[in-house]
Design a binder for this molecule. Structure first.
Ligand SMILES: C[S@@+](CC[C@H](N)C(=O)[O-])C[C@H]1O[C@@H](n2cnc3c(N)ncnc32)[C@H](O)[C@@H]1O
Length: 146
């Protein structure tokens, strides 16, 4: 199962650029992970593009109002999606500065929270990539997650 992460704008903050590069490099050893940058803009335009670019995928919208899950639950849920066989790709959607539209929240298959705090979107991207890396190592029984 392929994983796509779609986010508005390219990381501008140095720490985020470094974090994104580091975790994408690490993830490359574990599977097919693709990061797609779309044009930044207001919620309406970003949400519309996020929906367009994730058409046909299993959509997981990252949102502070979403379900709070432990890392082990991320692992079991992603493994269940993989076992279904009818899902070719999961797309994680990171919203604009003003967040996702209601339409996107309704269209998403899942809404997951990274924290109860509001995170700047570049920081949210780094946290997401680190969790995906953590999940990948957990699946292989490697000692990163403890
Ligand atoms: C600056 S936040 C948007 C905050 C906006 N006020 C809202 O109501 O969603 C930009 C994006 O980062 C992601 N994000 C930020 N904090 C998050 C969190 N705690 N959990 C999951 N995603 C988060 C979401 O995708 C969000 O749309």
């Amino acid at each position: 199962m392929r994983i796509r992460i779609i986010v508005a704008g390219k990381p501008a903050l140095a720490y985020a650029k470094a974090g994104v590069a580091e975790y994408l490099k690490r993830l490359g050893r574990y599977g097919n992970y693709e990061l797609v940058h779309i044009k930044a803009g207001d919620s309406e335009s970003v949400s519309a593009t996020l929906l367009e670019r994730s058409e046909g995928d299993y959509r997981i919208a990252l949102d502070e109002r979403g379900t709070a899950l432990e890392t082990a639950s991320w692992e079991s849920r992603l493994t269940s999606l993989e076992m279904r066989g009818d899902i070719k790709r999961v797309s994680f959607l990171i919203g604009a500065s003003d967040g996702h539209t209601e339409e996107l929240r309704k269209a998403a298959d899942d809404l997951w929270q990274l924290s109860s705090l509001t995170l700047q979107h570049e920081l949210a991207l780094v946290v997401l990539l680190e969790q995906l890396y953590r999940v990948a190592t957990l699946k292989r029984g490697e000692p990163y997650h403890r």
